[in-house]
Ligand binder design. Structure first.
Ligand code: A2H
Length: 265
């Protein structure tokens, strides 16, 4: 934990199709959806510049999430009523920052178990994949961010190792193997590790499992520094530019597209 508050980008991932296990959730939001309200899963990230390479969305199967009414002004330039999915803890934070409908008050419409969200499809803005599946990540903590994490296997060693593990052990994880993305999508190139920084690091450091916590922490640190200080964008509007130079502009663009908002915790 650092000193001052941590600033996150909350990506608004629109739910495009509820999975078979989401029947209870679907009921919960049915009347709102019938009125045309969108439902967004909120994923907290520090690296919104890698949005182009989102392949999946992670939730913890054992964490409890809630459904909340979005503010119709802050963080929502459409002005339309909408619903957010995140943890109750994150919702309290959002409420204090004016990002929920009832200011300073958490009005929870209902509760969902993470495992009910597995197999649901969402739309990640900017990504080459227009729809991605929600899959499990056991290491997600319920006391950080929204406990919903975007999977960017090209640049996040954690995400790549988890992707490999989900593919290998789909039965153990109780998921359909077709939900797990086949390939990482290159987004930026680094001088030392090339176009798939996380894949190269995981190979080089021989990391075999999401449980290799120490090595993963080290790989994460290297990937972050390389990507931020040495990275050059390979795709999108800022193709050919240094990550360091465009990170804030890209974030602001996601916000102005109404695909994300910034909050702190
Ligand atoms: B990052 P910090 Cl490409 N539990 O987003 C576990 N991890 C969580 C989390 C939670 N509750 N909430 C957020 N995170 C992840 C992208 C990314 C991230 C890349 C590379 C590194 C990276 C794609 N996943 O994080 O402890 C989210 O994953 C490296 C730390 O607040 C978020 O950014 O510093 C990051 O951890 C926030 O971690």
């Amino acid at each position: 934990e650092g000193v001052g508050p941590q600033e996150y980008v909350a990506m608004k991932l629109e739910v495009t199709q509820w999975g078979e296990r989401a029947a209870r959730v679907k009921d919960l939001v049915a009347s709102a959806q019938a009125q045309g309200q969108k439902v967004f899963m909120l994923a907290a990230t520090l690296r919104s510049e890698t949005m182009y390479g989102v392949t999946n969305v992670f939730v913890s199967p054992t964490v409890k999430y809630g459904v909340y009414r979005a503010s119709t002004t802050k963080g929502n330039s459409s002005g339309q009523d909408a619903l957010y999915i995140c943890t109750p803890r994150a919702a309290r934070n959002l409420a204090y920052q004016g990002l929920l409908k009832e200011e300073d008050k958490v009005d929870q419409i209902g509760e969902i178990d993470g495992k009910e969200l597995l197999g649901t499809k969402v739309h990640p803005a900017l990504s080459a994949n227009k729809e991605v599946y929600v899959v499990p990540m056991e290491s997600i903590k319920d006391n950080k961010g929204t406990a919903i994490v975007i999977c960017m296997p090209a640049d996040s060693p954690d995400d790549w190792v988890t992707t490999l593990d989900l593919r290998k052990k789909s039965e153990y994880y109780n998921i359909d193997p077709s939900w797990v993305a086949a390939e990482p999508i290159p987004v930026l190139t680094t001088p030392t590790y090339g176009d798939l920084t996380a894949v190269a690091l995981v190979e080089q450091m021989k990391i075999n499992s999401p449980k290799d916590i120490k090595q993963l922490a080290e790989a994460k640190e290297i990937a972050y520094k390389e990507g931020f200080y040495g990275g050059t964008m390979l795709v999108g509007k800022f193709k050919g530019e240094k990550v360091e130079d465009i990170k804030t502009r890209l974030r602001d663009e996601l916000v102005s597209m109404d695909c994300a908002f910034v909050y702190s915790e």
